[in-house]
Design a protein around this ligand. Structure first.
Ligand SMILES: NC(=O)c1ccc[n+]([C@@H]2O[C@H](COP(=O)([O-])OP(=O)(O)OC[C@H]3O[C@@H](n4cnc5c(N)ncnc54)[C@H](OP(=O)(O)O)[C@@H]3O)[C@@H](O)[C@H]2O)c1
Length: 208
């Protein structure tokens, strides 16, 4: 019953890192290009403690199965699990290995998952990718905010930030931040979301 109550200040954010030409991974799924050697002298430094404090503000993650499989491969190579012990909802129609209690699989209606199950329970709902799932999120009008980080590299082709977007989505540029490593973070509000019931943005999370 408690789950059915709408948490009025819940907020859905889509966040990924892209190349300047708008790709989140190469066609084969690799993300080797994410690390660049660029230096922007006037940029902010991302201190580990700031990142850690920021990650604590995220209440749950949502991701597609291909992103989950990438995360499992990273973990197998010794890079750790990026999502801590936060509840992580993985969209899949397949049977995938469940490596920790915090992971839950979901198949089917994404709007039902977000509006029916996640918004009533969590304040800060973080869509961690990939392009297929973030495309659905925007297409279904589920996102309040898009955080788009651009790495200073163009890779020519790959998986786009928003897969299969079939309409224009108007955005409001809310924040721009440049970092010392050359990354630029663009933060957009999805227009039309803020005024909707159940979408009070009073407790807006702060990105580092
Ligand atoms: N640069 C970044 O910040 C960043 C962030 C995240 C990911 N990535 C990269 O992006 C790539 C993956 O992106 P992607 O667009 O290919 O895939 P994705 O969005 O991670 O996963 C898509 C898959 O999720 C499953 N799925 C999606 N919606 C579903 C639904 N409603 N019900 C059931 N299953 C559903 C489907 O697979 P099945 O049903 O077959 O399982 C679908 O093929 C990886 O290479 C990853 O490394 C990059």
């Amino acid at each position: 019953m408690r789950e059915m109550m709408t948490k009025t200040d819940s907020r859905v954010t889509v966040h990924m890192v892209a190349s300047l030409d708008g790709f989140i991974a190469r066609k084969d799924g690799s993300v080797d290009w994410l690390e660049t050697s660029d230096v922007f002298p006037g940029g902010e430094v991302m201190a580990p403690e700031m990142i850690e404090a920021f990650l604590k503000t995220i209440d749950c993650y949502v991701m597609g199965s291909r992103t989950y499989e990438t995360a499992l491969r990273f973990e197998a190579k010794g890079f750790g699990w990026s999502y801590g012990d936060k509840p992580t909802f993985v969209l899949t129609s397949r049977t995938l290995p469940r490596t920790r209690d915090s992971v839950e699989f979901h198949s089917g209606d994404l709007a039902q998952l977000v509006n029916g199950r996640l918004r009533p329970r969590f304040h800060t709902i973080w869509f961690a990718g990939g392009g297929d799932v973030t495309g659905q999120c925007l297409r279904l009008g589920l996102a309040d905010e898009v955080c788009y980080s651009i790495v200073p590299v163009a890779i020519g082709e790959g998986i786009p930030f928003f897969g299969n977007l079939d309409r224009d989505v108007a955005l409001h540029l809310a924040k721009v931040k440049a970092y010392r490593n050359g990354m630029v973070e663009l933060r957009y509000e999805v227009q039309g979301r803020r005024a909707e019931p159940g979408n009070d943005t009073g407790r807006e999370p702060r990105l580092p």
